[in-house]
Design a binder for this molecule. Structure first.
Ligand SMILES: [Zn+2]
Length: 872
């Protein structure tokens, strides 16, 4: 783990030395926590060179030499720690042309989930690699930049009872000879790969039976005892692979496909070519006890990683500034693939939650464009965020809508064929899409990729022109009302899709609006009854409807808008409140109008905003909070009462998910006492018999019971964690240790954070939950500050950023100052932007509180529905 350095190294390797092949042999010693290795690198030199520099970090280089004309040329080595490089100076210059360099090296299997690292499960030891973004240099000395693609021929010496998985299929195995029964596993040579895609897993791993997908054998690898949890993952992978081959028009390129469930892992999953690594929760599951959202998420992540086999692995961005090319596309593709496999899951409707998250982040002044200049590894790491993934995916989706799915796919196929095994920049994709479609793509795409933020689209009637003609205005949307008008002046080539209704059913009309202000005409024959400015929520923008037009929409929501559109409408309305462009009454009117809403995604979306009101606007424990919660429980509690807690055997998924969403609203936010005590009772039944509760209710019930739980219940949660038979159950009870609220339970959780009881991969998630748990959050923050050095050493940088982003939950403005001062004194390079964003959120929350509290109080006590609001 690098120390927080004030200035990151911006060193890049020169282009005139290029590797073509690595012949790598590694020998990990799992018991001693070390490894040694030898690599023979074939490279091309454009000119004669006396010295060659390549990447190496945390490695001891024991020997280095070149081979020239069958003779050995020894080399002296010097490490540049700040640049994470090693320079080899040869006794005489290497001639231009092909050169071969041999290095012998050694390192420690680290505890930080990066490079080549140690992991434990069930008392057994394992070693795994995780090389993205720039940690292959911790596994071997190499040219660790994505544009240096080379073939890998990997061999590994392992204990006789262990297994090894790498990118290529196993070619042969042989005895290591005389060394305690060890054997050498040799893997087939790979196609050209970037170093960040190198993979190796070693230990007592077990493999599932092979699932054949066309010519491709698929296996799932896991720690012992989990063989009963592989069927879902194998099926999801086979279904995804078939659809991806069809979409790209290129057969799966890496021969075999191994999916490895890693017991301690930084990211969700990693697209190593031919050997994809996952968190256990995202690959191993029991369909009978997993919730639908757990199954959806696993299927989506599996499809995402497999999309990378083409998009990312076969065709790779030239540098990290185009990371979004990989991630936006794979994110979008995964939704497409799973939606095709399981249309009843309504994946694109669920995407609205992700789009909402990206819009919220992108509304901050401290956001960044999808395309961001990357000068250092730290900056590359920072870019793994919602802008790169979800905004990127939304923009890809918008361009697909604009071109139509067939022409878009033709362009993608052309791009894949043209750049196979190579590296690309964004312009290569736009060019291929333009050639395939004959339409202007570069101009539209370029604006969306390079401009930070997104438009607020204001729609209203043109005076005197009747309702059919609409005035469209665009400006940049900021969550901060204080941003001056001059900074808001911006425009995009805006693909505007308006849904509207007259006497007959709804219609959709498409426009491309280039100007800051324009007029568009809807082809309504009769009187226009209503319109909505973002059909199917397909565009990455917010809409401000004219108040009278919005009222017309609200009057008949269920007949006019689809669920995803209702979700988008509520999301827009809430964002406008946050930004000071609408008062909170307007949002509460929308929420109130949705009290009988039956779609679970809409209810969950509302829950996001209502949760913020409860956590950030109303004072904890105040009479206003009590009134707000009473309204909420009254408005949504009736539905829950009608549904009851018991799911009939033949009940559909939509109803089950609606019940879970209502429990979260009425129990989770409003904390209605009857729902809390019902949850506690349900928990007892669930602990005695896992089939006693619908799996979709497991998470809210475990969470709610923890809130009122004592030390005895806490101890039972710990026992469930220790004995859990599925990764989902383990995760559920482990993370909700942080939902308990007593000082004694908090003390135990904080103590456990320093021990293996909480794996490294879960430390940040536990802390994030503690920070958003009001009775214990301040103590959790003090703990973080006190133990920062140890946390920083253990938790990978990507997760440090997430932790920083969670700090605004601390609520009180004085914590904004503490957070600012603390990270000034303890800078984390990879979290520089996250700190800025957290401080902006702190300030915006405080301003929102000041602005919205009187309106909220007025609305809750208001006339008409008002006084009654508190009781109904
Ligand atoms: Zn990805």
């Amino acid at each position: 783990m690098p120390d927080a350095r004030p200035r990151p190294s911006r060193f890049r390797l020169p282009r005139d030395v290029r590797p073509t092949e690595y012949d790598l042999h590694l020998e990990p010693d799992l018991d001693a926590g070390r490894f040694s290795g030898e690599v023979r690198i074939t490279m091309r030199l454009d000119r004669a060179r006396a010295a060659v520099t390549l990447h190496a970090a945390d490695l001891k280089i024991e020997r280095a030499a070149a081979e020239v004309g069958g003779r050995e040329v020894p080399a002296r080595t010097s490490l540049q720690r700040a640049d994470e490089t090693v320079t080899l100076r040869f006794a005489r210059p290497l001639p231009a042309g092909e050169a071969i360099v041999r290095l012998r090296f050694a390192g420690a299997l680290n505890q930080h989930l990066r490079g080549f690292y140690a992991a434990q499960a069930g008392g057994r030891r394992f070693a795994f690699t995780q090389c993205e973004a720039a940690d292959a240099r911790r596994v071997l000395p190499c040219f660790d930049e994505p544009a240096f693609k080379a073939r890998f021929q990997v061999a590994v010496t392992i204990a006789s009872e262990h297994a090894a998985v790498s990118n290529g299929p196993v070619e042969r195995e042989e005895s290591a000879g005389g060394r305690g029964g060890k054997r050498i596993v040799r893997f087939a040579r790979t196609p050209p790969l970037s170093t960040y895609l190198l993979a190796l897993a070693v230990g007592p791993l077990e493999a599932s039976p092979i699932r054949q997908a066309g010519p491709t054998p698929i296996r799932i690898w896991h720690v012992p005892g989990k063989g009963q949890l592989v069927d879902f993952g194998l099926e999801a992978a086979a279904e995804a692979l078939r659809r991806l081959e069809d979409y790209f028009g290129i057969p799966y390129p890496y021969g075999k496909l191994d999916l490895v469930a890693v017991p301690d892992f930084e990211a969700g999953a990693m697209e190593n070519a031919g050997a994809v690594f996952f968190r256990e929760t995202l690959l191993l599951l029991d369909p009978a006890t997993a919730s639908l959202s757990e199954r959806k998420r696993a299927a989506e992540v599996i499809a995402h990683e497999l999309a990378h086999m083409w998009y990312g692995d076969l065709v790779t961005m030239a540098w990290w500034d185009d990371l979004w090319l990989n991630e936006a596309f794979a994110t979008w593709m995964a939704y497409r693939v799973v939606d095709d496999w399981r249309p009843e899951w309504r994946l694109w409707q669920g995407f609205e939650h992700d789009r909402g998250g990206a819009l919220a982040l992108d509304a901050l002044a401290s956001t960044h464009p999808i395309y961001a200049t990357v000068r250092s590894v730290a900056e590359a790491t920072e870019n793994f965020d919602a802008i790169t993934y979800e905004k990127g995916a939304a923009v890809v989706r918008m361009i697909e809508h604009y071109l139509g799915p067939e022409l878009f796919r033709d362009g993608v196929r052309l791009y894949m064929r043209r750049h196979r095994d190579g590296n690309t920049v964004a312009a290569d994709l736009w060019r291929a899409l333009e050639e395939a479609s004959g339409r202007q793509v570069t101009r539209v795409a370029h604006a969306w990729i390079t401009q930070a933020g997104f438009p607020l689209v204001t729609l209203g009637p043109v005076p005197g022109k009747g309702a059919k003609m609409l005035r469209v205005r665009q400006e940049r949307f900021f969550a901060d009302p204080r941003v001056p008008a001059a900074r808001r002046r911006a425009r995009w080539p805006l693909p505007l899709v308006v849904k509207w209704g007259a006497e007959d059913g709804p219609s959709v009309e498409r426009f491309l609006v280039d100007k800051a202000s324009a007029e568009v005409t809807l082809p309504a024959a009769a009187r226009l009854a209503w319109y909505f400015g973002n059909a199917e929520a397909g565009g990455f923008y917010r809409v401000l409807h004219d108040p009278a037009d919005r009222a017309a929409l609200l009057a008949n929501l269920a007949d006019t808008l689809s669920a995803v559109e209702r979700l988008a409408l509520a999301g827009d309305q809430w964002a406008l409140v946050r930004a000071g462009r609408a008062t909170i009454d307007g949002f509460l009117d929308v929420a109130d109008a949705l009290g009988d809403e039956t779609d679970y995604d809409v209810l969950d979306g509302l829950g996001g905003a209502l949760g913020v009101i409860d956590e950030q606007i109303v004072e904890p424990g105040s009479p206003l909070q009590e009134r707000f919660r009473r309204w909420l429980a009254g408005r949504f509690g009736q539905q829950l009462e009608r549904l009851g807690w018991h799911a009939a055997a033949d009940e559909d998924d939509a109803t089950r998910l609606r019940r879970a969403a209502l429990v979260r609203l009425v129990g989770g936010i409003a904390e209605a006492p009857d729902v809390l005590s019902a949850a506690r009772k349900r928990l007892e039944g669930y602990l005695a018999d896992r089939s006693a509760l619908d799996p979709n209710l497991a998470d809210p019930v475990v969470a709610l019971a923890a809130r009122t739980g004592d030390e005895a219940l806490y101890e039972r949660y710990r026992q469930v964690v220790a004995a859990a038979t599925t990764p989902q159950e383990r995760r559920r009870f482990l993370l909700h240790l942080a939902s308990f609220r007593t000082p004694a339970t908090l003390k135990r959780t904080l103590k456990a954070i320093g021990t293996p009881e909480i794996p490294t991969q879960d430390v940040a998630f536990i802390l994030m939950r503690l920070l958003s748990n009001p009775p214990v959050r301040e103590e959790a923050w003090r703990f973080m500050k006190r133990r920062w050095t140890a946390l920083r050493r253990r938790v990978p940088p990507l997760m440090i950023s997430r932790l920083v982003e969670a700090t605004p939950a601390l609520y009180a403005p004085r914590y904004a100052r503490e957070v600012r001062d603390f990270f000034r004194a303890h800078p984390v390079l990879e979290a520089t932007r996250a700190v800025k964003q957290a401080l902006e959120m702190f300030r915006l929350n405080a301003e929102l509180r000041r602005r919205a509290t009187p309106d909220l109080a007025g609305w809750l006590a208001g006339p008409g529905t008002g006084g009654a609001r508190a009781t109904r």
